[in-house]
Design a protein around this ligand. Structure first.
Ligand code: DAH
Length: 361
């Protein structure tokens, strides 16, 4: 005998009719939908799933009556029952998904202050700006004020008033960018920050203590240590009784603040038209502490700046009384100091704006 017994089996006294089963299916369908939709927790849904879809569940119980149904209705009822089963399954699964989603969402609304934060990319200054600010701060602490001047200069301020005569090699077309639309040789991009010394002295009477950070230009082939646009920081102090000792003490104090207390400096004679006497200041190599290395070319010293006592001829140009006043001046190359400070070996990196480079500072 086959399993799907064709004879009424469940209750011979009270046989189920197709109509009755169909209405049971509808009732279960409506009831299940109502309960699933009002379920408010995954546990509740799990319970409903068992109640309707479990092996001993309500839908399964109805399947048991199928064999009692006359053959002509049995197929359709079977299909209805299967529809009911998959329908309830879908309802429960959808509801479960929705509940989980909203649980996740409301968990997300709460702030867990113990979680580590997301890293934020903070903007910061360019390494050249950082070093400029550092040097400026040191000289401000020594009593200097900040002055500025134009990038486009006249030959008078850039050369003549600084005692750089007409035939001086520094005026050569090779080094200077002249402005073509002007009278030949009269206007140019400043080749150093020294012209601002003249502008300050024309405007103010001593005592003067100023620094001038700024951009300068030279018609130079670009390589690892040369750029057509670079930066200097000029210094000027004019007063009664200023001596070379003041120059040395001021610049040595700067070096200690810039390169550390244990650093030492030396002054070598040099030549600049606008200072007399002139010198260059070296700092004991910060990489080998003087033993000699590749960076100081085995000399143990690093060139850091040019300096000197203001040439009395310059005072003549600004109509200062050269019997009454003396002064010292200095010029620092910002790129060089920045390269030394951060161990950068190619100046071009400062101008390429490659974030992989800039983010390191
Ligand atoms: N102007 C010089 C240059 O560009 C640097 C310099 C040297 C400036 C000595 C000074 C100084 O004020 O006293 O190379």
């Amino acid at each position: 005998m086959s399993k799907t017994n064709k004879e009424p089996k469940n209750n011979p006294e009270n046989p189920v009719s197709a109509k009755k089963l169909l209405s049971t299916i509808e009732k279960i369908s409506a009831e299940a939908a109502k309960q699933v939709n009002s379920a408010s927790s995954p546990a509740e849904l799990e319970e409903l799933k068992n109640r309707y879809l479990g092996r001993k569940g309500e839908i399964q119980a109805v399947f048991k009556f199928l064999p009692d149904i006359p053959l002509e209705d049995r197929k359709q009822l079977g299909q209805e029952l299967n529809k009911l089963k998959t329908g309830v399954e879908m309802l429960v699964n959808d509801a479960l998904k929705k509940l989980n989603q909203s649980a996740r969402k409301s968990a997300g609304d709460k702030i867990d202050i113990t979680l580590p934060g997301y890293p934020v990319n903070r903007a910061h200054s360019h390494p050249l700006s950082q070093v400029s600010a550092e040097i400026t701060k040191i000289f401000v602490s020594l009593g200097f004020q900040i002055a500025t001047g134009p990038d486009i200069e006249t030959a008078y301020y850039n050369f003549e008033a600084l005692n750089i005569p007409e035939d001086h090699p520094a005026r050569d077309l090779q080094d200077t960018f002249y402005i073509k639309s002007q009278k030949p040789g009269s206007m140019l991009l400043r080749t150093h920050t020294s012209p601002v010394q003249i502008r300050v002295m024309e405007k103010f009477q001593p005592p003067i203590r100023v620094i001038v950070p700024g951009r300068v230009y030279r018609n130079e082939a670009i390589d690892a240590t040369h750029s057509a646009v670079f930066h200097q920081l000029e210094g000027l102090a004019v007063d009664e009784n200023i001596t070379f000792a003041d120059l040395k003490a001021t610049l040595a104090a700067f070096a200690k603040k810039m390169f550390g207390n244990e650093s030492s400096v030396r002054f070598r004679p040099s030549y600049f038209p606008f200072t007399e006497p002139s010198a260059e200041m070296d700092v004991r190599c910060i990489f080998c502490t003087g033993k000699g290395c590749g960076i100081c070319k085995n000399s143990g010293w690093l060139e850091t700046l040019g300096c000197g006592m203001v040439n009395p001829k310059v005072f003549d140009y600004v109509k200062y009384d050269k019997e009454k006043y003396t002064g010292f001046a200095f010029g620092i190359g910002l790129e060089r100091i920045t390269m030394l400070k951060f161990g950068v070996d190619d100046m071009r990196l400062f101008y390429e704006n490659d974030l992989r480079f800039l983010r390191q500072f």
